[in-house]
Design a protein around this ligand. Structure first.
Ligand code: DAH
Length: 343
């Protein structure tokens, strides 16, 4: 019995509690009806009378020690309910903080910028709230051109009547601002947000991102344009990418073309991403119309240039086969987490 008492005393000494429930459990285990201390009191009845005195004292001391320890644990918990009387375990791994990830549109935008900066293009920026002149007039849009229509453009105010204030519908406006103020030659890309009054669907949004490119120098040719775009396509979609140009029309370029890149999913064989054609449209481009150069005070006899413009969402959709544009704007973490390894 003596040893059992010693044992229990030691056990009691080492008790720790993290919550009130622990203390209640100890109480039941030690002092409850079937508790180990209670049991010793039962055994005490069978002890020789001459030993009763000694063991009686020891047992009482044990019972008191248990009660005192429980009280002490309780007080500690009440003082500091968070940590309780528990010893802090420094060897435990720390709590994991979820790190945010960069948005796929930012990743794509930066990749486009980084590719063109390797080719010597500087980044130029311009205002999102623009005037009619920089978005349309200086870019050779005739006064009745449908792009100026209320259905496409968010107009903000009438301005001075001649030149309404609006949200830019494309980043080509930054071309104009750069031609007005930069010394020649100019070699820039203009990333930015653009706004169009469109119903939101899987393929269209009222806010999206474009990257515009502009190169103006003496003797710039269509071959230079083709080469710049081919190099870009190879960097963006893989070394074996091919491009093809289809004739098109933009008021600010002549000739104009639409650029397709060979489908990076099926390698040109035809799949559901490229709708069986083997090609994916990635941008518009062309030689800057002499009217556009002249409108910004550049001598079109001496200088020529090319321009191109692409949608960042479109490039990102092709790169990662995202089929619904709305994913980019909803910020659902389950979607964004898929790009963790890309970033
Ligand atoms: N601004 C055009 C758009 O928003 C894109 C574009 C096409 C830009 C051809 C260009 C270009 O610079 O040459 O659809």
């Amino acid at each position: 019995m003596k040893e059992r008492i010693e044992e229990l005393l030691q056990e009691i000494e080492q008790l720790t509690a993290q919550k009130m429930q622990d203390i209640e459990e100890y109480r039941i285990k030690l002092l409850g009806k079937k508790g180990s201390v209670t049991k010793l009191f039962e055994d005490f009845r069978e002890i020789l009378p001459e030993q009763k005195r000694e063991f009686g004292q020891k047992l009482n001391a044990l019972k008191q020690a248990a009660a005192a320890k429980l009280e002490e644990l309780k007080e500690k918990l009440e003082e500091n309910p968070e940590q309780g009387a528990a010893k802090f375990d420094y060897t435990k791994p720390g709590d994991r903080f979820d790190l945010g990830t960069r948005h796929p549109i930012s990743v794509t935008r930066e990749e486009i910028i980084s590719i063109f900066s390797k080719f010597g293009y500087a980044v130029a920026e311009g205002p999102e709230i623009e005037d009619d002149w920089h978005v349309f007039g200086a870019l050779n849009f005739p006064p009745e051109h449908p792009a100026r229509d209320m259905q496409d453009t968010f107009f903000i105010s009438q301005g001075d009547g001649e030149n309404p204030i609006l949200l830019r519908t494309h980043t080509s406006s930054v071309q104009v601002r750069s031609m007005e103020k930069m010394p020649l030659p100019i070699r820039i890309i203009c990333p930015g947000r653009v706004f169009r009054n469109e119903a939101i669907s899987a393929r269209a949004h009222c806010i999206f991102h474009q990257v515009e490119g502009l190169y103006i120098d003496k003797n710039v040719s269509f071959a230079d344009l083709k080469q710049a775009i081919l190099l870009f396509a190879k960097e963006m979609f893989g070394e074996d990418s091919k491009i093809r140009l289809r004739p098109s029309y933009f008021p600010f370029t002549e000739p104009s073309a639409e650029v397709d890149v060979s489908c990076n999913i099926c390698k040109g064989k035809g799949c559901n991403i490229c709708k069986g054609t083997g090609w994916l449209e990635i941008m518009g481009c062309g030689m800057v119309d002499p009217n556009v150069l002249e409108a910004s005070g550049i001598d079109s006899k001496e200088y020529s240039g090319f321009a191109f413009g692409m949608g960042v969402e479109r490039i990102a959709m092709l790169k990662w086969q995202v089929k619904d544009l709305r994913h980019y704007f909803e910020n659902d973490v389950r979607f964004l987490r898929e790009f963790e390894t890309v970033v």
